[in-house]
Design a protein around this ligand. Structure first.
Ligand code: GLY
Length: 408
């Protein structure tokens, strides 16, 4: 690691904040258990009210504070099952396994859904965690099938997996979020020995590295490609403030995605990219002192903007992993600890409120005036994942719990 990767602002933070580093997992998981029991009750109640046959998952709260639940086709449908598996992992309590299973079973059916690029979020965060913790054959088969489905969206001329089919103004949009679906492909290669999934993941990561990033290492949200020639047609945004702006969650997806790519390939280019993204995020003058960003780093310059706690939770989880690969380990860990302290102290609802969500103040899609300053299920997911990673580091265990088989 050369000195250009040392993060001056972060190092300053590391010194001033080291006193507050602590393992907050025990207290926070107690809170999470209590809240999630409420969210289970609220979800069951809402399901009866809407009278839909599918088992549906909680996503967010509506403008009147009502619980909004989504079908297994929604990109957010796998996170709740993942949260239940995380609670099982942390507590070892069979109750949580029993709660997880039906929410996971409906996600298994999505393994042949070729209409979305979000199979990583949907299937890997639900079924993938189920497999990691139980090693049941059916979950392994699901992961492999989901990976086979996901690669049908890969265009070899472009070198990317297509993101959206519904945005007809773009021929072949690829969003930075799509980096999060590559972990499913890496896992499928490990499970099968078939390197074709790995090759698609690496090609997608390389193409994204080439076209999504600006000179300052922030990323565009959407790159629109010509599917015939592979040429870049447009560099746009969908959920950010402007085409040229840095949408906060997009930066966090990139940080997490390239950290995973380094884990799976040991290619230093990916480690460098993850560190460059971390530098962009945490040296940004618009980053508030509590390290929970406004929804877009450029919109933040206007003042009076909502935060995005989900971006903070995703970044915290990524930084714990990045810390085990980098010479800047202490800085990254201290920064992640600070984020978790901020979230725990200022972003959690009072117990037994917010219908059982764990974090307030996320922003889903500001330009569409949707999900602004609300709890959102994926913020909770990455919060729990980050807490588990913090605990494993404290226990001197591998941060990435690849084979945490629980047998009760
Ligand atoms: N498309 C995933 C997100 O909103 O972050």
């Amino acid at each position: 690691m050369n000195t250009k990767h040392i993060l001056p602002a972060l190092l300053l933070n590391a010194v001033t904040l080291s006193a507050c580093a602590q393992n907050i997992a025990p207290k926070t998981f107690k809170f999470a258990e209590r809240q999630t029991k409420l969210l289970l009750t609220e979800t069951e109640k809402t399901k009866k009210e809407v009278n839909k046959p599918n088992l549906l998952s909680p996503r967010t709260l509506g403008t009147k504070g009502e619980l909004l639940i989504v079908s297994p086709k929604d990109w957010c449908s796998g996170f709740f099952a993942g949260n239940l598996w995380f609670l099982y992992e942390y507590t070892g309590d069979k109750f949580w396994k029993e709660q997880s299973e039906p929410y996971t079973a409906v996600m298994e059916l999505e393994k042949t859904n070729g209409g979305t690029h979000d199979l990583g979020f949907m299937v890997y965060n639900s079924v993938g965690n189920a497999y990691r913790l139980t090693h049941e054959q059916k979950y392994k088969d699901d992961i492999i099938q989901a990976a086979k489905t996901l690669v049908t969206r890969f265009n070899p001329t472009i070198g990317c997996i297509k993101s959206w089919d519904h945005q007809k103004q773009w021929k072949f949009p690829v969003i930075i979020d799509n980096m999060m679906n590559l972990e499913l492909l890496f896992e499928a290669t490990k499970l099968t020995g078939d390197s074709s999934f790995y090759r698609v993941a690496v090609t997608h990561a390389n193409t994204t590295l080439k076209n999504h990033f600006r000179a300052d290492n922030s990323s565009y949200h959407v790159i629109n490609y010509d599917p015939e020639t592979g040429q870049v047609l447009d560099k746009k945004t969908a959920q950010g403030f402007a085409d040229s702006s840095a949408w906060a969650r997009g930066q966090a997806w990139g940080l997490y995605g390239y950290t995973v790519c380094y884990r799976e390939t040991h290619n230093r280019v990916y480690l460098d990219q993850a560190e460059k993204i971390a530098k962009y995020i945490f040296s940004n003058p618009q980053m508030p002192a509590d390290l929970v960003p406004y929804w877009d780093f450029d919109a933040a310059k206007l003042g009076n903007q909502p935060r995005d706690a989900s971006a903070a939770a995703i970044a915290a989880s990524a930084l714990y992993e990045l810390s085990i690969y980098s010479k800047n380990a202490k800085t990254y860990k201290t920064t992640a600890d600070k984020i978790l302290n901020s979230l725990a102290n200022h972003y959690q609802p009072q117990p037994d409120s917010a219908r059982g969500f764990l974090l307030l103040h996320s922003t889903g899609h500001k330009p569409a005036n949707s999900e602004i300053d609300v709890p959102i299920i994926y913020a909770d997911y990455y919060y729990l994942e980050a807490l588990l990673r913090q605990k494993r580091l404290a226990d001197k265990k591998p941060v990435i719990n690849a084979a945490g088989i629980l047998k009760n």
